[in-house]
Ligand binder design. Structure first.
Ligand SMILES: [Fe+2]
Length: 248
């Protein structure tokens, strides 16, 4: 692959196209207020996904921003009472926001056709089908790259200071793990406990999130001797709901 297809639909399998047709069982899955998250395999063509990850590794990786938010030492040093542990959001990965031409990776992502694909009609339609609710016309786009040992600690993605997002919003992620990844898991909370866990070490897995809710991503573990080439790319869109209804 030298360039992303103009339409997201071109990455989909026959099963993935059923989401667009409205005939897939997952359509509207996240309209149910009791459901926060779905993970779906087999919707994106594995070979195309791996070719896309290889393209991103070749062209976009040098332009990503390293993100490292370690556990602050005060999280222990400032505690004055047992069992009062407070952990802020911790994470390590590389990322690029693609919402502004001023972002360093934007021109490269544009040249690869990634920006256009993530704004294509079929990408929006795919997101709306899983959300089961109308989505606002504008949406944010971003890429993440987890290398060996990269992770995201427990967090909830709540944005209470943003009026448009504080009542909830929707994320659509395409995850592409290279064959050198041994495992990586998305753990999330249900009924107040971190009981749910799905593998995200998939070459072309779709995950969709009705945010906010508590979740974390375990450290990416490489197969033996493959730490340098093991990676999981996440290509994502963040959507707001159209006004008129609370989202939670
Ligand atoms: Fe998150």
């Amino acid at each position: 692959m030298r360039r992303f297809p103009a339409e997201f639909e071109s990455l989909l399998t026959a099963e993935g196209r059923r989401v667009l047709a409205g005939t897939h069982a997952a359509c509207g899955a996240l309209a149910d207020p009791r459901r926060r998250f779905v993970a779906l395999d087999g919707l994106v063509d594995r070979d195309k996904a791996l070719a896309a990850a290889a393209l991103l590794d070749r062209k976009l990786r040098p332009h990503l921003e390293a993100m490292a938010r370690p556990i602050p030492p005060e999280a222990i040093a400032d505690m004055t009472e047992s069992q009062t542990d407070l952990l802020p959001k911790t994470a390590r990965m590389a990322t690029a926001y693609l919402d502004s031409r001023r972002e360093p990776a934007y021109a490269v992502a544009w040249g690869l056709g990634l920006v256009a694909m993530l704004h294509s009609a079929s990408y929006r339609a795919f997101a709306a089908a899983l959300a089961g609710r109308p989505l606002k016309a504008e949406h944010g786009i971003q890429v993440l790259r987890y290398g060996a040992g990269d992770y995201a600690g427990p967090h909830n993605d709540h944005h209470p200071e943003m009026p448009a997002a504080k009542a909830g919003y929707f994320d659509l992620h395409l995850g592409i793990a290279t064959p050198d990844v041994a495992h990586q898991w998305l753990v999330y909370a249900k009924a107040g406990h971190f009981t749910e866990m799905v593998s995200v070490a998939k070459a072309g897995g779709i995950t969709a999130y009705r945010l906010p809710f508590w979740h974390y991503t375990t450290p990416l573990v490489a197969k033996r001797g493959r730490a340098a080439s093991a990676a999981r790319w996440v290509v994502l869109g963040t959507f707001l709901y159209t006004a008129g209804r609370g989202s939670r």
